[in-house]
Each structure stands twice: as C-alpha cells, then as structure tokens.
Design a protein around this ligand. Structure first.
Ligand SMILES: *Cc1c(COP(=O)(O)O)cnc(C)c1O
Length: 443
C-alpha cells in the first residue's frame, strides 16, 4: 500500500472482539493471564500478548505498526516524547566508554543530550565538523556504536546525504540512526537509503495539531548484529537482567526493538499513554494531505520572503540555487519542507520587531502544527548553546524560524507582510535619527 493508505489503515483492521472501526483506546494498566503457565510463557517472551502497559499496550501497538509500515521498517517502539525516543535509541546501542558520531546540525535539546547528558553517563558524542560524509568517517573508531543525523536538520535545514552516511557507517560496522521528524515518511523514508534506525518526534508533523507529545523508534531489521558481535555484546551476549536471553538469537532481526522494550522501556518507563497514541493516530490519518499543503504553502512563503526587499536572507532548500537543491531533489523529490529560516534587514533588533508584530503566526517553540508558527532560536531552543555552537547549528542572533501551517496562503502572507512593515518603520526611524545625528554633527 502507498503512504496515504497506510497512514489511515496501517496496523489495524477492525477490533476482533467489538468490531470497532476506529482504533479503541485501551485505557488499562494490566491484562489478565489465562493461567500461571500462560503468565510464565508471556514473561519468557515465548508467546505474544500483553502483560502490563509500561511494556506494551494494544492502542500503542497500532501506532507502532502504522509508523513502522510508513517508514518501511520491521518494528517500532513508541515512547512518551521525541527526546525519549532519541535517548533510548542511543542507550540501546551504547555502554560505558563507547561513543556515537553525530552531525553538528541538531535540534537544540538533542544537542544538549549529546553534548552534556550522555557524556555524564559515560557515553561520548563526537560532533563532526560538518555534515559531509568524510567529516563523519574521520571520527569513527572501534568504540563507535552508531552514526546519528537529522535527515532534514532543525532549524539549519541542511539535508544529509543519507546514502553516503549509510555507506560510511556500514563500512565501519555501525548502524546509521536518522531523526526523520522534519521530513516525515511522506517526504522521505531513510530506510530506503540504508538507514538502520529511524527516530521521530511524533509531536510535530506526524501528530500535526500541536496537542500531543510522543516519540517513536523504528528499526529496519537489517543491521547484522551477529556479524559485529564484538561491538554489540548487548545483542549477542546473554542478558543477565533478563534470565540470560540473547536478543539476536531469540528475536533475530527484531532484536533491537525487543531489547529496547524489555530493557529500557520496561525499567525506565518513558511510556506513551494510550490516549496520546490515539490522538497521534488520529493526526497521522491526514499526514499525507497536510504535508502536501505544508510544502506548497512553504514554497509560496519562501518565494514571497526572497522577493521582499525588507528581508536580508532566506534559507530554504527548495530554491533552484539552494546549496541543498541536489539533495532536496534526490531525497525529498524536490518537495522542500515548510520549515525555513530567514533574517530581516536590520539584524537582531529588526528581527525582534518582526517577531513581536506577528498576529496569525504564533510565537512559540514547536513545529509541524497545522497552525503557522514562528520561533526565535537564539533566545529559545538554542539558548543553552555557546554562540559558536549556535552558528554551527545554523542559528544566528537574527535568525527567525518559520513552520508554515496549512491556513490559506493569502492570510499567511498578509501576516508576514504586516509584520515586515513593523521592521521597516523601525528601520526608517533609525535612518532618520542617523540623519539628524549627522546634521547635528555638521552643525
Ligand atoms: C521536537 C524535536 C525533537 C524532540 O521531540 P519532543 O517530542 O518535543 O521530545 C527531536 N528532534 C527534532 C528534529 C525535533 O524537531
């Protein structure tokens, strides 16, 4: 089935007991066992079924099957947020003293997780100088357990050459982990280009309405853990915390998600509530339609901004002369995302004026909502980063990030236009005061 169809039907037919057509919300903590033997078989992971909703839940299972199908993966694990998806995806590959190699262009909180939190737990993250495959390759050593990137980075907007990244990672016997939040599987399916693991913040375009936090880890099922047994003992050696189970033997190609569920979700519990899974499923039903409109509105806004003399620069991968044009063509079919950054003339002060004058666009830190959103990364999402790191992440003091919504394009542009007026009046008054200063000095 195609993505549009999977988004609506994937992972669910009708409920076998009630024939409910909509996905039921299984608001239950536990599930009854038929007998002591049945319970033991469940706990031995010998039979499929549900035990306790911290480990799995039927509503969440539909979400997992649906997103796995959308991404062309084997299995998925949904969790409470995008951040916990990234954290678990990393923990599931690493141990004390090992490292991950990452591109520098990252979502701000992921950068903090990588630069500070994982290292404090004994897992180092090495940031490459750039998003070029050779810059990644230089940092991989025998302690490396994975390569991480965002397919389309937030907010830098650079598009990673996933095929080249996968080649580099696989040459060194490590998996490629891709955060596909901004692109969504509607624009890009990283597994088709060799990615091994895909993570998402479902909070953004997937849920699509700014109501519900959620995250998911999708495994392609293709990484050969057994071939790299030395590097990944967590999959190939008996797990003392789970009666000596060897994940890669017991679960074969499904080892990665099985271990993530029974080790990390089970013991540290960043569970998605079934109510949230239901809301996210509801959102996903329309993701293909919404993304289509986001892309079209994004293109119109980018063109408007670029042709406006009040705007200094626009970073949008869909322009014919964008440095990412070729990659956008290859990986997104030319459909650049509706996320873009730009700077208004007049720098930081003018940028602030513009930001404060927005009416339809909401000032906040979020993206991928049906509503048009604007963010000032330097004062919010990337505030914790030193200025130099901000630059590497594609954030300047004047940068405004837009997530163009699916409202009528005329209303979106009218709002930007009136907000740009506010910056211009500011510019004019500065010019005037500058002139009066000159004439004052001349006097
Ligand atoms: C928002 C976001 C996250 C974090 O997701 P939450 O659901 O807010 O935890 C991770 N990666 C990217 C690219 C994001 O945009």
């Amino acid at each position: 089935m195609r993505s549009e169809t999977i988004a609506i039907h994937g992972g669910y037919d009708v409920d076998p007991t009630t024939k409910a057509v909509a996905v039921p919300i299984y608001q239950t903590v536990a599930y009854a066992f038929d007998s002591a033997d049945h319970a033991a078989a469940l706990f031995n992971l010998e039979v499929e079924g549900f035990r306790y909703s911290r480990i799995s839940n039927p509503t969440n299972a539909v979400l997992e099957r649906r997103v796995a199908a959308l991404e062309g993966g084997l299995e998925a694990l949904c969790v409470s947020t995008g951040q916990s998806a990234i954290n678990y995806a990393m923990l599931n590959l690493t141990e004390l003293g090992s490292n991950i190699v990452s591109t520098p262009q990252l979502y701000g909180t992921t950068h903090t997780l990588f630069a500070h939190v994982l290292p404090s737990q004994g897992v180092n993250v090495r940031f490459a100088e750039s998003d070029q495959p050779d810059a990644i390759e230089r940092l991989i050593d025998d302690k490396t357990r994975g390569v991480f990137c965002e397919s389309v980075a937030n907010p830098a907007g650079n598009i990673c050459d996933l095929e080249a990244f996968a080649r580099v990672a696989h040459n060194h016997g490590v998996p490629l982990i891709v955060d596909n939040t901004v692109a969504t599987p509607i624009l890009l399916r990283p597994i088709e280009y060799g990615a091994d693991i895909v993570v998402h913040s479902l909070t953004k375009f997937m849920g699509g309405h700014g109501t519900t936090l959620g995250g998911i880890i999708v495994d392609s099922g293709r990484f050969p853990w057994m071939e790299h047994a030395q590097r990944f003992p967590m999959f190939t050696q008996p797990d003392l915390s789970y009666h000596n189970l060897v994940y890669a033997e017991h679960f074969k190609e499904a080892a990665y998600i099985a271990r993530c569920r029974s080790v990390y979700l089970r013991t540290t519990g960043s569970v998605l509530s079934p109510m949230s899974a239901f809301l996210l499923l509801q959102g996903i039903e329309t993701v293909a339609l919404r993304v289509e409109r986001h892309v079209e509105n994004g293109r119109r806004v980018a063109e408007f901004l670029r042709n406006d003399r009040r705007v200094e620069w626009v970073n949008y991968a869909g322009f014919p002369d964008s440095p990412f044009r070729t990659l956008a063509q290859k990986y997104l079919g030319g459909r650049a995302c509706s996320l873009m950054t730009f700077g208004v003339k007049g720098g930081f002060e003018a940028g602030k004026k513009f930001y404060d004058a927005l009416k339809l666009f909401k000032r906040l830190v979020n993206l991928g909502d049906a509503k048009s959103l604007a963010c000032h990364p330097a004062s919010t999402t990337h505030r914790q980063m030193p200025v130099e790191e901000q630059r590497k992440a594609g954030v300047g003091p004047e940068t405004i990030r837009l997530s163009v919504g699916i409202e009528h394009i005329d209303d979106i542009i009218a709002d930007l236009d009136q907000a740009l007026d506010a910056t211009e009046s500011d510019e004019r008054s500065k010019l005037l005061s500058c002139r009066s200063l000159i004439s004052f000095e001349e006097r």
